[in-house]
Ligand binder design. Structure first.
Ligand code: 5GP
Ligand code: MN
Length: 339
């Protein structure tokens, strides 16, 4: 798929008199999704283009410090207002997802609206629903792509400290604090350029990773000590969480983020899986080390997708049935996971 240039995309918007712009991102937006959406919104504001950020669902409180987060319109619960704004939009930026099924019910509204859809994304296998594309699956994060979009159009002078903080956050989280293979020397250069706007990286890290509720820390401890299964035969770790457990620990949006990674911290483990009963559906997170393709597994068996080493999916079956199925599917990969 050919990319459009950032300059071309911006000039199409600028040439539309009083353009109405919506920015949206995926279901249960994480730091990259929110950072890229709000970072882009702040930048667009600085060049005289106003916009509305609409998220399909709510997002974690540890991201509420981001400038503009109070004005985000959450589709779930505000359907009529969100539908009206979307129907009137001339442009919809779609950030950090590339399949309309990643944004639930709002996906159909985006798919059917008259607006020109502009994709900025770094996931593999895009659906191709958009008219203008700024995509690179080698980018560490959508925040990195938004920075590149701004730089390529020669607009870094229109970035400010608040936008830089948003973009830095998504790069930090999607690279696992600069440790995953998606982090290049260029990613570090971009992070350095963002730091030069005077952002407080210590405070950002603290708010995202070191401001948990007591319940969340106890929940993580419980999940690891009581709910983690090590399948040595497959070098795989599995954590399952029931909907009752989510209630018992009063978990909030974002509280299960990062839980899947603990399994990969065990020596020799190549595949870690978190399966959660979210009541409406069973949601799964997959993480892998090295050459095992987590996204291929998610696509093949659990209607999912994502990146090579970090992917997700879902199942319409019960938690118990999903776990049994998962263990069954794993058999096919015994050799690969033992290589
Ligand atoms: P997480 O496990 O943190 O929710 O997601 C890991 C990665 O997989 C993210 O890049 C996310 O966008 C992607 N992902 C998570 N769930 C799904 C899903 O159900 N479908 C697709 N296509 N991608 C997903
Ligand atoms: Mn991302």
């Amino acid at each position: 798929m050919a990319n459009n240039s950032a300059t071309e995309i911006l000039s199409i918007i600028k040439n539309t008199p009083s353009a109405k712009v919506v920015i949206t991102t995926h279901h249960k937006p994480d730091a990259d999704a929110m950072g890229s959406s709000l970072g882009l919104q702040l930048f667009l504001n600085n060049i005289g283009i106003s916009s509305t950020v609409i998220t399909p669902t709510d997002f974690a409180t540890f991201l509420h410090w981001m400038k503009g987060s109070n004005d985000v319109l959450v589709f779930e619960g505000n359907e009529d207002k969100a539908k009206k704004i979307t129907a009137e939009a001339d442009f919809v930026f779609c950030l950090d997802f590339n399949h309309l099924n990643r944004i639930n019910e709002y996906g159909e509204i985006i798919g059917n609206c008259k607006a020109i859809k502009i994709l900025i994304d770094h996931h593999q296998y895009p659906q191709g629903f958009e008219q203008l594309t700024y995509w690179d699956d080698k980018a560490s994060s959508t925040c990195e792509l938004v920075y590149r979009f701004i730089k390529e159009s020669d607009n870094t002078n229109h970035l400010d400290k608040d936008a830089a903080a948003c973009l830095y956050t998504g790069i930090m989280t999607d690279t696992g604090s600069f440790r995953h293979s998606n982090c290049s020397s260029n990613t570090h250069r971009i992070a350095a350029n963002l730091m030069d706007f005077g952002i407080d990286h210590v405070s950002i890290h603290d708010q995202v990773f070191d401001s948990f509720t007591e319940e969340r820390v106890r929940f993580i401890g419980y999940a690891i000590s009581q709910k983690m299964e090590v399948l040595r035969e497959y070098n795989t770790v599995l954590i399952t969480i029931t909907s009752d457990e989510l209630k018992t620990f009063k978990t909030q949006t974002g509280d299960t983020e990062g839980l899947v990674n603990y399994g990969l911290g065990i020596e020799g483990i190549k595949f870690a899986v978190l399966i959660i009963d979210r009541s409406k559906m069973v949601k799964m997170s997959f993480r892998s080390k090295g050459k095992f393709a987590a996204n291929a597994f998610a696509i093949k068996y659990f209607n999912g997708g994502g990146h090579f080493n970090a992917a997700g999916g879902s199942s319409p079956k019960t938690l118990e049935e999903t776990v049994l199925q998962f263990k069954d599917f794993l058999k096919e990969y015994k050799q690969e996971l033992n290589a």
